[in-house]
Design a protein. Structure first.
Length: 334
């Protein structure tokens, strides 16, 4: 999951290897993509991140359960005093794999992207929906808390009730809804399916009903414009005093499967990145990072959204990623 409320998140993508090739995959992962970061490098990253104030390790992918050293990565985070989450498609969740992480993970987030037909279409594999539900049941039977994360597209908000029912019956405790962004494979295979303001509003109403009817904790990765305007510091749009630890103001900090350390999201424009953890330690990268261009981008994006007409609910991270790309395009045209 993208973030844990009130905490500083280190989001790690240890591998792009995956047993599926989803239409909406932001990292363009798949069965034939072997890119990965060695555990020795990631263990050092986790230790440095804890020193920078990060207290949650969020592992995504690719498919994290196909990373052989996932238990070691989670153990390194626990040893550093961090909480841990893992996001999975749950298709490969055997009892053995679950047993290897039991006691090392605080929450497993299972991707469930609409009703059975929609989910299997996005996963590009029939039967994926049923396997995901089976994975949720195995996790809950093992005593591991489970959340469901749903990618909101232009057209699946009406399916959130069905997702919630299936999730709660399988034992999930949380439903998080994240608006689709046209990144990676999605830019080619799901073009035009990013949800508009009406779809976001409908999703918010549905989540309110779901919370009451199913007893699930719910979260929509979009903020009301009024909240955005009132709290610029929560969106990295207010000045940061010098020498404030990175984890106090930047979340998430992302480590991609090629070792790139970037703010906010996988694929964030490299001009705003910290560098690569294959070349130098995360502590060194953070100490030498010129954060001013990124902070300027946050402030200008925040101002544009507060002043603009983008609807009452704003997916902040998505707008920020697109703004980073737009800045590069504008510079190239000039």
């Amino acid at each position: 999951m993208r973030h844990t409320a009130g905490r500083a998140v280190l989001q790690v993508h240890p591998t792009r290897l995956c047993n599926l090739r989803c239409l909406h995959c932001y990292s363009s992962s798949g069965p034939d993509v072997a890119e990965a970061v060695p555990i020795g490098v990631l263990a050092a990253v986790v230790g440095d991140a804890a020193g920078l104030g990060y207290d949650v390790l969020s592992v995504s992918g690719g498919e994290p359960f196909l990373y052989p050293e996932l238990p070691a990565l989670l153990r390194a985070a626990r040893d550093a005093g961090m909480r841990t989450t893992v996001t999975t498609n749950a298709v490969a969740l055997t009892q053995r794999r679950i047993g290897l992480v039991r006691g090392l993970v605080d929450l497993v987030a299972v991707s469930l992207d609409g009703d059975q037909a929609t989910h299997d279409r996005i996963r590009d594999r029939a039967g994926s929906f049923d396997k995901a539900l089976a994975g949720i049941r195995r996790l809950t039977e093992a005593g591991i808390p489970v959340g469901v994360i749903t990618t909101l597209t232009q057209g699946n908000a009406t399916q959130l009730g069905e997702v919630a029912l299936a999730a709660s019956r399988s034992g999930a405790l949380l439903l998080q809804v994240h608006p689709l962004e046209p990144e990676g494979a999605a830019s080619r295979r799901m073009a035009g399916e990013r949800p508009d303001a009406v779809e976001l509003a409908y999703a918010a109403v549905e989540l309110g009903r779901i919370a009451e009817e199913h007893g699930l904790a719910v979260q929509l990765d979009a903020v009301p414009r009024t909240v955005l305007a009132r709290r610029p510091e929560a969106f990295m749009a207010a000045p940061v005093p010098r020498r404030v630890p990175l984890g106090r103001w930047l979340t998430p900090l992302v480590i991609e499967a090629n070792g790139a350390a970037v703010p906010v999201s996988y694929g964030f424009d490299r001009r705003y990145g910290l560098g690569n953890v294959h070349d130098r330690s995360l502590a060194e990268l953070a100490g030498d990072w010129d954060a001013a261009p990124f902070q300027d981008l946050c402030r200008s994006t925040w101002q544009r959204l507060v002043d603009g007409r983008t609807g009452p609910l704003i997916p902040w991270y998505g707008h920020l990623v697109r703004a980073s790309r737009a800045a590069r395009t504008a510079n190239a045209e000039n």
